[in-house]
Design a protein around this ligand. Structure first.
Ligand code: 5GP
Ligand code: MN
Ligand code: MN
Length: 326
């Protein structure tokens, strides 16, 4: 797979009239922010845009301007020219209903920063050196002179801020800080947007943290930390999928921890695994791929069939091998 150029992608956008923009299931800030950023640029160009996400808009991102336009597909098929997939490592991760909604599109555009992305679009732009899809879109929009409205500005900031752990992770580059400076120059209100992103958690998230801490296990001399969430607790606390977003950073941040893992039972009986590494020679994406997942070297995930204990044993065994080897 080789990338298309920004100008080839911009040309395709200019030549078509209607678009469905999608991102991955259980969307995070980069997924929703990227959809809104590019979608609003297209709207400013006079295009018709549908914003679809298989799981709809998470409550914690509903403060983003224009986010009310994010629709959860119900089995309909849209009559659109182009399908755009953002921040989504593979096509199935868009979700069945979203794929159905996009099934009549004549052209697929895929822009992403996951290194496991095979390039499933007709036009692809995959840059695993970029810490967020939102940063790729900033580069694209500014390079091609596309409209950068206030909606797009705020959406890009939240996309990049959330995927870089508030501009902290090692993937954060000079270009990231220069981008942030430019967004502030364009009028972004840093205090307000960060408060809405990080200081507005529902109380149940604290209760969830308490439960997770009770399950914390430190292994391999404190180099691997994991915690888990069973479905019964989710029901009891009336949790939403986004309530656990970012909590893994708490155990990732423990001194001496090289790998942090979060195991979660989903309603359909499958297990979601979220992994973080602090050591570039422990590639959690490689471990994720063994179980059908993917992601980045230092942050990856899996969704697998099985029991929580069974998946946990298997994933921790693979991680132990890698931790022991370095
Ligand atoms: P998180 O742990 O925050 O859910 O995900 C970490 C990274 O791994 C994200 O970039 C996410 O897109 C990717 N990821 C998470 N779960 C999966 C999965 O089931 N399959 C694939 N291919 N990637 C995943
Ligand atoms: Mn994402
Ligand atoms: Mn991302």
């Amino acid at each position: 797979m080789s990338n298309s150029t920004f100008s080839e992608i911009a040309q395709a956008l200019r030549e078509h009239a209607s678009f469905i923009i999608m991102s991955h299931v259980r969307p995070d800030g980069d997924a929703i922010g990227s959809q809104l950023a590019l979608g609003h640029a297209l709207e400013e160009m006079g295009k018709t845009v549908y914003y679809y996400n298989e799981d709809g808009l998470p409550e914690n991102l509903a403060f983003l301007p224009h986010s009310e336009r994010i629709t959860q597909p119900q089995g309909e098929v849209l009559d659109v020219d182009v399908a755009i997939a953002l921040d989504c490592a593979n096509k199935p991760r868009l979700g069945d209903n979203a794929l159905k909604a996009a099934s009549q599109a004549k052209l697929w555009i895929n822009m992403d920063h996951h290194k496991s992305n095979p390039g499933y679009g007709d036009l692809n732009y995959i840059d695993s050196g970029s810490p967020a899809t939102g940063q790729i879109l900033y580069d694209f929009i500014t390079a091609e002179g596309l409209p950068l409205s206030e909606v797009t500005r705020d959406a890009i900031y939240v996309a990049v801020s959330t995927d870089t752990g508030s501009f902290q992770y090692s993937g954060t580059t000079v270009a990231t800080y220069e981008m942030a400076a430019d967004l502030v120059r364009r009028g972004l209100n840093v205090g307000e947007i960060n408060a809405k992103t990080y200081d507005s958690h529902p109380y149940r998230r604290v209760e969830l943290t308490r439960r997770l801490l009770n399950t914390l296990v430190m292994a391999e001399d404190g180099r691997i930390a994991d915690w888990q969430l069973v479905y019964a607790t989710k029901e009891e606390l009336q949790l939403k999928p986004e309530d656990s977003e970012g909590l893994i950073d708490m155990i990732r941040a423990i001194e001496g921890v090289e790998v942090a893992v979060f195991f979660e039972e989903l309603k359909d009986g499958t297990i979601r695994v979220s992994m973080r590494s602090k050591n570039p020679s422990i590639d959690v994406c490689e471990v994720a791929k063994l179980f059908g997942g993917g992601g980045h070297t230092l942050a990856a995930g899996i969704r697998a069939e099985g029991t929580l204990d069974g998946i946990r044993d298997a994933v921790l065994a693979e991680l132990r091998k890698r931790v022991d080897a370095c």
